[in-house]
Design a protein around this ligand. Sequence first.
Ligand code: NAP
Length: 454
Amino acid sequence: MPVCVAIVGSGPAGFYAAEALLKAPEGDLRVDMFDRLPTPYGLVRGGVAPDHQKIKSVTAVYERVALRPEFRFFGNVALGRDLQASDLRGHYHQIVYAVGNEHDRRLGVPGEDLRGSHSATAFVGWYNGHPDYRDLSFDLSAERAAVVGVGNVAMDVTRVLARDPDTLAGTDIADYALEALRRSRVREIYILARRGPAQAAYSPDEIQEIGGLASADLVVDLGEAVLDEASRTQMSNPRVKKNVDYVVEQSRRGEGEKPRKVRLRFLVSPVEILGEKGRVTAIRLEKNRLVPDGKGGLQAEGTGVFEVLPVGLVFRSVGYRGVPIPGVPFDEKSGRIPNAEGRVVDPATRQPLPGEYVVGWAKRGPSGLIGTNRGCAAATVKLMVEDQTAGRLNRAGSPDAIPALLRQRGVEFVTFQDWKTLDSIEVSRGAQVGKVRVKFTRVPEMLAAIRGAK
Ligand code: NAP
């Protein structure tokens, strides 16, 4: 009897886990992958920015895995809604949670819920046509916006706001988002870093891409780009050096003459989002200095000096956190599935739960690039293979019963072939209007299109 594995989540971490499992020499293995959406690929479809199409070509690797005869895809099947963790335990020897981190982290400052204050997660999902966010609306009539945080998500949000929308027209951006961006009056975007240029989380390529935009100048105040003594010691790190040298070079360029300005600010923390009649009008910032964090790094500490920056929009881009799934252990504090190197553990005893594993952001938190998930998944799979060899498995029935079980529950699941049908419809709709693809953005429309094609 083959070892039967369920993978929950079809983003990069899930697919790299499938790839590593199907490569493992033990051989006789079957993989069923579940996703709550009818479409696979997680953040590659719903997160990667539309002007980064090249990054999305990584799906060719995932598709090769999905076309293996030992692999089945069950889209439109949500764990905790259509299937329970106990169902998976009853049908699979091993379960891999590859569920990512679907929620945004909050700033925890007053005014965060005013109209015009948005999470980057929602904005990104909206412009990418993610069904969860496609019905939101973003009023981009303000001239000034603030993006809080300086990770790569903040860079994506800033670029999308600062770009000439015509440069996005041929991508897979949602049509309604492109229209809204065409009407946008945003001219000045403040990116707010609580620490200095040596601690910025963005990759050198990402900040340089903003500096290279034809539509916007990247403006840096040299006074804020100067490093303190402790930060200077971090310049031996090549990434840090690249980032610092780049912002210093930008600071010398001054204001520039392009129509939009991206103003990169350092050593400032939002302490309140201010509003009138329920709408954002400004953000109150406290100037910071850097102090040792007790772990060998530097953290921001308020100086008691404040300023008010008038802005009509705030995008909070300070990281993601996981969402608990009924019946699956969850650590509220870290927002992750508790685990020892990828083996899911009982939160009370810290003992591994037989046959349960975790990969990707759900395992290690929201860090790293897409490729980071390959090594992460391979490390978990190594333990899974060890456990297979040692016979530490769930005593499971056969997953052959899964399609019937889903049908009995009235779940209209989507196979990989169905997804390929949807994919080709999206691509051909795109070809008609000169776009990479025109995405379906509502689940019922996706299901109807698949039914129609059958
Ligand atoms: P991130 O890289 O962890 O950045 C989070 C940012 O938020 C940091 O600048 C952090 O500052 C700041 N922050 C956190 N709490 C804050 C607070 N209370 N007040 C002010 N600032 C705060 O997270 P991310 O941008 O969400 O990205 C997640 C992962 O996806 C990253 O590994 C990223 O590289 C990856 N990603 C990559 C790409 C790409 O390659 N193009 C695109 C998108 C995302 P501190 O450093 O001071 O904590």
